[in-house]
Design a protein around this ligand. Sequence first.
Ligand SMILES: *Cc1c(COP(=O)(O)O)cnc(C)c1O
Length: 445
Amino acid sequence: MTTVQRVLPGPRAQALIARDAAVISPSYTRGYPLVMERGQGALVWDVDGNQFLDFTTGIAVTATGHTHPAVVQAIKDQAEKFIHMSGTDFYYAPQIEMAERLASVAPFGDDEAMVFFCNSGAEAIEAAAKLARYYTERGRFIAFLRGFHGRTMGALSFTASKYIQREDFFPLVPGITHVPYPNPYRPLLNDAGFADYGERIVDYIENEIFQTIVPAKEVAGILVEPIQGEGGYVVPPDGFLPALRRLCDKYDILLIVDEVQSGMGRTGKWWAVDHWGVQPDIVCSAKGIASGMPLGAMIARKKIMRTWAPGAHASTFGGNPVSCAAGIATFDLLKNGLIENAAKMGEYMMDKLRAIQDRHPSIGQVRGKGLMIGVEFVKDRETRAYAQELRNAVVDYAFTESLLILGCGTSTIRLIPPLNVDQATIDEALLLLERAIARAEEDYL
Ligand SMILES: *Cc1c(COP(=O)(O)O)cnc(C)c1O
């Protein structure tokens, strides 16, 4: 793809953005002015005919690339049969078949799984929190600072990513205690005497937080992102999730993992927890699950989910048949090669990014698993001072270089191409990214 000098946004995009401003909620967080016309694989065209490489996949959603033919066909076939009947009150095969697939890969060891379908990540979190309270008959939760779990009132109560997300929405659901997430690049606590910083954080929960909260009586669940997403693509130390599992076992607390962003093959395994062999009690999924059709799933151990009564929780649209058909097609593509490709391409991209890091002092750290990769920018590698303006410039310059990326955390970018991305596309994207970084360094370093 050749980069032509051009003015962005073009005239059609400008006109639409002006109309958008008149009628669309200003609460959305648009960074740069991309007005999409169509997409195919890792490519996106805007309404003025400009072509871009998409390393956002619409926030880690279009896992199979834009408009994958198998997914499009599944959607068309199902839409011609029926579009809705409500899985809450009736039965239909696509919902059952999607649940069977998810249950077959649920990370519960020998335990069987059951699935509750909804429409989004936030709804999957709501469902998990309700089930945890119902099953344990306890009210409190532990969650993590800089965690992101969605924006509905319940999910927002767990979210602690940016103050703008919570400001002016008080009061939220009570009883949720936030503790530091173990970010090994920016530790908050001294971990002397511990095997790793992850174990230090779990010790903090047990020996500080549980001094004023009675864990075995009050705490229903611990909600955690196995790799923090919106908070900055933070990979925890290896000891963290196993130690969290042990803590939960000790006090009969449910371990609830938010795999909305990290799950469904994104990290090169079905679930990010699979990298540590940790078996949670509940898994929340959405984003990449149906290649862009709205679908969320709360997957729980059968012994837990079978306890709640008809009417305890439901959703009119949840498990929509067209979404489930897209989910089934997506699942089968993931299983038949895309997850493996994500692992392989992830390693390839990580190696190339480390070489780019050697050439650019503003890159503090490259981290991630599979195709969930973060690049953190700093003003200075010694102090690790956040470089937010520089990061924002990298995102904006990448756009003018024809590469779509998104930020996360304070000064990190995330690289989340479709899971069927190839080496040539990665090479091209990183060429454009390095140009953007060079320009941003000229301005801000
Ligand atoms: C995006 C996200 C959510 C919320 O999902 P929505 O579909 O936007 O409600 C929850 N948890 C994580 C980890 C996410 O990345």
